[in-house]
Design a protein around this ligand. Structure first.
Ligand code: NAP
Ligand code: GDD
Length: 327
């Protein structure tokens, strides 16, 4: 019998790659989406367009416990991947309330629904390296204390605590993946890597003159989303549930990313970047670097696509995208 997976956040970067990955593994894939996505299919389901006929979408809301119970009872999933969240850190300073509400309550409602209506479902929670925030140790692993620096980071620490508590208190199969930044040609335009790769393409094609950025010195451990969704699946295939850091173990600054991306189209980044202090965050996460040795040892996972190829993939894809769409 084919396994059944239910994905929240299926319209996002990771949700779309995970859905494709699970289809290849012959899962029946179901996704939870918001009403707006159903209303505006061409725009909001762009990442799913190639697999739309192969998956089943259900309208529900992470803010409504009842709607989640209904879907879980109907779908009876073997595995639930909870990726849906207000995922943009900068926005979480502007709208703490909805970030905390969606991210904390959404996770709580799902866990509670699983406990009462589907206790055999395995649960994956999308934790984040933002939980380490103002880092206490370099590099960060599963034992590094958390010090979140935004409502987003706080919501992910709480989601992680809820996930662990449901595992310990109710013996449910619940894991948190503590994923460091991962990018791809499907990244949202608001995140810095996509903002840069998209601007590089537009500048090269004569549609834009400058790109305006904030903190160029922030350092991140950037991997490719395709590699990271495989790690999510691997976590749910073990006998015992556990939490894992997923990262590349290599760090680069925003400046490094911009320099490499511009150099790939033969341009010097210094000529095209402007700094706007309004883009600095009230509390910045200055540096993140992951130690994924536990995932390597236990899951036999390691990243396949490293920094240079990630940047190339994004820039080449955006050149095609801009030529095709004019956007
Ligand atoms: P993304 O592209 O921003 O996708 C977020 C998804 O969440 C979208 O499907 C979005 O649906 C959905 N969503 C947002 N608000 C919602 C709400 N109120 N109710 C229901 N659904 C809502 O994010 P991603 O990069 O794929 O990340 C997936 C998950 O991993 C997120 O939880 C994120 O916080 C976490 N994470 C990401 C990274 C990373 O580097 N990418 C690293 C660590 C953790 P709409 O399409 O309707 O907006
Ligand atoms: N977005 C953005 N836009 N960031 C900028 C800009 C800009 O114009 N200029 C500099 N930055 C800096 C930010 O200040 C931050 O230090 C860094 O670039 C990365 O910002 P984002 O790409 O927005 O990602 P993030 O690291 O804040 O959050 C992402 O990774 C987390 C994992 O660590 C998101 O995907 C989160 O959902 C995820 O949990």
């Amino acid at each position: 019998m084919a396994k059944i997976a239910l994905i929240t956040g299926i319209t996002g970067q990771d949700g779309s790659y995970l859905a494709e990955f699970l289809l290849k593994k012959r899962y029946k894939v179901h996704g939870i989406i918001r009403r707006v996505a159903l209303e505006d299919k061409t725009h909001r389901l762009w990442r799913l367009r190639k697999i739309l006929k192969k998956i089943t979408l259900h309208a529900a809301s992470l803010e409504s416990y009842a709607s989640l119970v209904k879907i879980i009872q109907r779908v009876k999933p073997n595995e639930i991947y909870h990726l849906g969240a207000q995922s943009y850190v900068d926005y979480s300073f502007k709208d703490e309330f909805s970030t905390l509400n969606t991210n904390i309550n959404g996770t709580h409602y799902l866990l509670s629904a699983i406990k009462d209506f589907s206790p055999k479902s395995k649960f994956y929670f999308a934790g984040s390296s933002e939980m380490f925030g103002k880092v206490k140790k370099v590099p960060q692993n599963e034992n590094t204390p958390f010090y979140p620096r935004s409502a987003y980071g706080i919501s992910k620490v709480t989601g992680h605590d809820l996930t662990r508590n449901y595992r310990e208190a109710y013996n449910l199969y619940c894991c948190t993946g503590i994923l460091f930044n991962h990018e791809s040609p499907r990244r949202g335009f608001e995140f810095v890597t996509r903002k840069i790769s998209h601007s590089v393409a537009r500048i090269k094609l004569g549609l834009q003159r400058k790109v305006i950025l904030g903190n160029l010195e922030a350092k991140r451990d950037w991997g490719h989303a395709k590699d990271y969704v495989e790690a999510m699946w691997m976590m749910l295939q073990k006998k015992k549930p556990d939490d894992f850091v997923i990262a590349t173990g290599k760090q680069h600054s925003v400046r490094d990313f911009a320099k490499l991306a511009f150099s790939m189209v033969g341009l010097n980044y210094k000529k095209y970047i402007e700094i706007d202090k309004n883009l600095l965050r009230p509390a910045e996460v200055q540096t993140l670097l992951g130690d994924y040795s536990k995932a390597k040892r236990v899951l036999k996972w390691k990243p396949k696509i490293l920094f240079k190829n990630l940047v190339r993939d994004m820039v080449e894809s955006d050149i095609k995208f801009v030529k095709r769409s004019g956007y």
